[in-house]
Write a new protein. Sequence first.
Length: 257
Amino acid sequence: MRRLFPVTDQTSADRSDRPWSLDELAEAYAYPELGPDGHWLRANMVSTLDGAAQHDGRSQPISGETDMQIFGTLRALADVIVVGAETVRQEGYRPARARDAFAERRRASGQGPAAAIAVITASMELDFSLPLFTSPLVPTLVLTGAAAPAERVAEAAKAGAEVVLAGDGAAVDPVRAVRELAARGLRRQLTEGGPRLLGQFVAADVLDELCLTISPMLTAGDAQRIAGGPSVTVPHRLAAAGVLEEAGFLFTSYRRI
């Protein structure tokens, strides 16, 4: 059974077993209306029932077919996909691709053919010969601090990446990162982690929405949670916005109150 509903109207939840169309998913996960200076940062993560965000260092083993469909939909709605350098290395990130199914929707929203990828890194230890840098449909951005190694910054620029300074030291300031991207017209923002990057966004209180897939799996072990790093003084309360259920997976959305 598939159920997709706003939590304020659960009586409208029942549907047939037909697959959700991409248009229906796009409507369900549409970004809110943004003012002239507005921006919206959402995260998309997956977690097992016992809290693991990865298995053997990767998220794919705890994912599923519908999760990947929603993953693609969220990417197709975003202006920019923000990701940590470690996730780029572990997951083998490639450039976002244009998808015909979303082409008209993106044109109507004033968006380019595909989302840009923005990599956050303090060390600049990235392989700039990868397709993410050499052959993206939209130039890849590299966000780093002012104290980043100059030779690595030059190498990134030579590879065709746009280097954005978003921190006074080596590290990136999450607040500045969000603002720098928005200043470039990249206002519909999506982060796919990893957990350390998401933890930084949570601690800085810049996360507006969490799209969390709850996978019906148990892994035990010592895998990371979806967010790691510094803790917050007072837990941030979010409001439930919607739920999709498929084959035991729960696809939830929570938004800033």
